[in-house]
Design a protein around this ligand. Structure first.
Ligand code: C6P
Length: 413
């Protein structure tokens, strides 16, 4: 038991920030273990959304009235918070998107279409979420670019030797997640970035599962692009972030046209685009959600990301030990460096049946392919059960989850 984490994170206080944790499901206290899909939102985030619509709902930029000024200041204030949170050099490097998926599609459609030529190579890993596979497949098909796939060992660890062998003079971009949503593996992205750069390639990191669980510093990692979603980091849905190095974003063409992303439009003289990052934010953005993402980052900062990480690690170890003792259960993803995720299959029990029945006992877990079909298929699987942790989970919930799981397994076998 990690006595440090036990004493330092006041989990009762953390939980009191999340009204939804008080609800019951099927007459049982909710045990929410689907945090990798979407984490719950603290009152501070809910109140920020509410406050925006009650007090200063207005479209941002260009407005001359007070409400527009206030909304713009709060929106741009979040950009600065995200910059500081990711350790980016400039707020110009922070683009708001709808989520990780849109951030990756932005890079594929803008940087990819402007820079890739037939015969170029993009490296992705086998353990990517579909949102870091499909945009590259679409691009590869359109531009006659080759996709190479880094293999993964039976523990769920990327084969770094194979990766280094794949890098070559045709490699233009490496796309890898910081943390795998299906396995929980933490990938050595700083080391992978160094190797990519040695070959003159760029690296895009999908940080959707990393930002909620660990400190991220894009300059220390020395990555070129980094993406994450608000709704997995205690923030609202509909908002995400693309970090991109300033020089890269400057040189990239816009990928969506419309309002906000122009400084002048004329049929006679042509259109002049806005400066970065606005060049990549066409149309009215998710203003309230962006502002509330700032509140989520404040909440994480106040709670303490290191404390949260230590606490979650303690829960992960406890849950792993208990699950290992369950008869016929096989953990999927046993990398030495893992966060938050417990993926598993059980002999003689369908994952979907487990998910449905355990819900009846108040426990929310996810079952299926977790949008990582290539990874699961390589392990001979089409689905797993996945419990994923957040800072508000408790050792008692972990114990109750494993107890409920035992009951469910006894019912379905
Ligand atoms: N993973 C999960 O249950 P969006 O939908 O754009 O916010 O995030 C997509 C995404 C990208 N990368 C990783 C590593 C992810 O985990 C996700 C979302 C959810 O695991 C939904 S499938």
């Amino acid at each position: 038991m990690n006595a440090f984490a036990e004493t330092m994170l006041d989990v009762a206080r953390v939980r009191s920030d999340f009204p939804i944790l008080e609800r019951e499901v099927h007459g049982k206290p909710l045990i929410y273990l689907d945090n990798a899909a979407t984490s719950q939102t603290p009152s501070a985030v809910i109140d920020t959304l509410d406050d925006y619509y009650r007090r200063y709902n207005a479209n941002i930029h260009r407005g001359l009235h007070t409400l527009a000024d206030e909304a713009t200041a709060a929106y741009e204030g979040t950009r600065e918070k995200v910059r500081a949170w990711l350790g980016a050099a400039s707020h110009r490097e922070i683009v708001f998107t709808r989520g990780t998926t849109e951030a990756i599609n932005l890079v594929a459609n803008s940087w990819g279409r402007a820079n890739l030529r037939p015969g170029d190579e993009i490296i992705v890993s086998l353990m990517e979420h579909h949102s870091n596979i499909v945009p590259w497949q679409m691009l590869a098909e359109a531009l006659d670019v080759t996709l190479k796939v880094i293999p993964v060992d039976e523990r769920g660890v990327l084969d770094q030797a194979a990766y280094r062998d794949m890098l070559g003079e045709r490699t233009r971009l490496v796309c890898v997640n910081h943390v795998s949503n299906a396995l929980g593996t933490v990938n050595p992205v700083a080391e992978m970035a160094r190797a990519a750069h040695e070959h003159g390639a760029l690296i895009l990191v999908d940080g959707a599962q990393a930002v909620p669980h660990q400190r991220v510093d894009v300059q220390a990692l020395d990555v070129d692009f980094y993406a994450f979603s608000g709704h997995k980091a205690y923030g609202p849905t509909g908002v995400g972030v693309l970090y991109g190095r300033e020089a890269l974003l400057e040189a990239m063409p816009p990928w969506q046209g419309g309002g906000e992303m122009i400084s002048r439009v004329s049929f006679e003289k042509g259109t002049v685009y806005s400066e970065i990052p606005h060049k990549f934010e066409a149309g009215t953005p998710a203003i309230a959600e962006v502002i509330a993402l700032g509140a989520a980052l404040d909440w994480i900062a106040d709670t303490g990301i290191d404390l949260m990480a230590a606490w979650e690690h303690h829960l992960l170890e406890r849950a792993t030990d208990k699950l290992k003792a369950v008869d016929g259960l096989r953990m999927i993803g046993t990398a030495p460096d893992k966060v938050s995720v417990l993926s598993f299959v059980v002999d003689g029990a369908h994952s979907q049946d487990i998910g449905l029945l355990i819900d009846q006992l108040g426990v929310a877990i996810r079952t299926g392919h977790h949008c990582a079909q290539p990874m699961l298929a390589s392990m001979g699987l089409d689905a797993t059960c996945r419990a994923s942790l957040a800072a508000y989970n408790t050792p008692e919930e972990v114990d109750a989850f494993v107890e409920a799981l035992q009951k469910v397994i006894a019912m379905v076998r």
